[in-house]
Design a protein around this ligand. Structure first.
Ligand SMILES: O=P(O)(O)OC[C@H]1O[C@H](O[C@H]2O[C@H](CO)[C@@H](O)[C@H](O)[C@H]2O)[C@H](O)[C@@H](O)[C@@H]1O
Length: 364
């Protein structure tokens, strides 16, 4: 990807705009710089004009822009864009044999995001169920490889959806990790893996949860979800004209808490501690707990659909180890190497992994 031709996801274009605004205001913006349009495609001229038209860039609501941009269904994807993106992020199903060849002699460890990866995205977060077939596919994988669910949801909630005691669960974006029930452990023996690096933030998170509930209760469709060590403010069911107001209320509440930060997911604002701990750290923690911290004999496979999964994809890139697989129907800026289109394809990939392992055991 050249500087001139920078492609970025819808979800990130709002942030890119905000960065461009900041650059312009700081005097560092030049029309010659590569930038991104709200369509996900770079047009230096257009953005420069837009900034000019806005006069004082500070008036632009960067958070609202970003919320708007995080709706991947807003524009149809250009076939050409998609074809070129797929060339760089081929389907993990069509490349299955090649992927498996790379795993020769290595221990596969499977990491799975939940929403949008194992369950389809639905309007009501409390009804994001996985199918029985998907559960069975995950169970079969977990019987053959150490397997973890890494989710933004609180651990208890994601466990209630998945209901498989043989898995590792990393809830609250990896800030709450627990190992499988006794009898299902891999190399961790009988030790309970437990990691809660944000424990001291619990009272603060609960306080902010109450404040947010109060502040947004008049906005129809808005919902705050308490994910224990972090909070999710959902706007999927909020009328778009109210998004600005919702964003303002959230910013107003969290400005009183400098130890908390705001990130974004799919039609959701996430409030989490400023500690440097994310899904990437959770992945590293689990590999270490399994005894593969410095090992070359491991092939971690991480499958996820959201921005927060990018932290884990980045870790795999940095380690030059393993496979990041992005679940997406549309081109997105990602650190993943492969793609799958939707949860149904994730299930097929998991089923194939199981078949492949069983066959390779028979062969040896
Ligand atoms: O890391 P994940 O397991 O992907 O969790 C991220 C967030 O997922 C959930 O919200 C998303 O899915 C909902 C159900 O499909 C959907 O209604 C919402 O718009 C999505 O953002 C979950 O409710 C959040 O708490 C998680 O942080």
């Amino acid at each position: 990807m050249t500087n001139q031709n920078m492609v970025i996801s819808d979800a990130k274009s709002g942030l890119a705009m905000a960065i461009a605004v900041a650059l312009k205001e700081s005097g560092h913006f030049s029309p010659a710089m590569p930038v991104v349009s709200p369509n996900g495609y770079f047009s230096r001229k257009k953005l420069h004009k837009k900034l000019e038209a806005n006069g004082n860039g500070a008036r632009m609501n960067a958070l609202l822009d970003s919320m708007r941009a995080s709706s991947p269904t807003r524009r149809p994807t250009d076939t050409e864009d998609h074809t070129s993106w797929i060339l760089h992020h081929p389907s993990a199903l069509s490349m299955f044999e090649e992927i498996m060849r790379a795993s020769q002699g290595k221990q596969i460890v499977v990491f799975l995001d939940y929403d949008g990866t194992l369950s389809p995205i639905v309007q009501d977060p409390d009804r994001a169920f996985i199918t029985t077939e998907m559960r069975e596919a995950v169970r079969a994988v977990a019987n053959l490889f150490p397997t973890a669910i890494v989710s933004g949801r609180c651990r208890a909630k994601v466990y209630n959806f998945v209901r498989l005691s043989e898995l590792y669960y990393a809830g609250s974006h990896g800030m709450d990790i627990k190992g499988p029930a006794k009898g299902h452990t891999h190399r961790t023996g009988n030790q309970t893996v437990l990691c809660q690096p944000a424990r001291e933030f619990l009272p603060m998170i609960n306080e902010v949860y109450r404040a947010l509930m109060e502040k947004i209760k008049h906005i129809p469709g808005a919902k705050v979800e308490n994910n224990k060590f972090c909070l999710s403010v959902h706007y999927r069911c909020v009328e778009e004209k109210k998004w600005g107001e919702l964003g303002d209320q959230v910013k107003m509440v969290i400005k009183e808490y400098p130890q908390l930060r705001l990130t974004q997911g799919r039609k959701v604002l996430e409030i989490r501690p400023t500690i440097k701990w994310d899904k990437g750290n959770a992945l590293e923690f689990l590999l270490e707990a399994l005894g593969y911290a410095e090992s070359n004999d491991v092939l971690p496979i991480y499958i996820g659909d959201d921005r927060t999964d990018e932290d884990a994809f980045s870790v795999l890139r940095e380690r030059k180890q393993g496979l990041g697989i992005l679940v997406s129907k549309t081109p997105k800026d990602t650190n993943a190497s492969y793609s799958l289109q939707e949860p149904l394809e994730v299930m097929k990939f998991l089923q194939r992994l199981v078949e492949w392992k069983k066959l390779s055991v028979l062969r040896h």
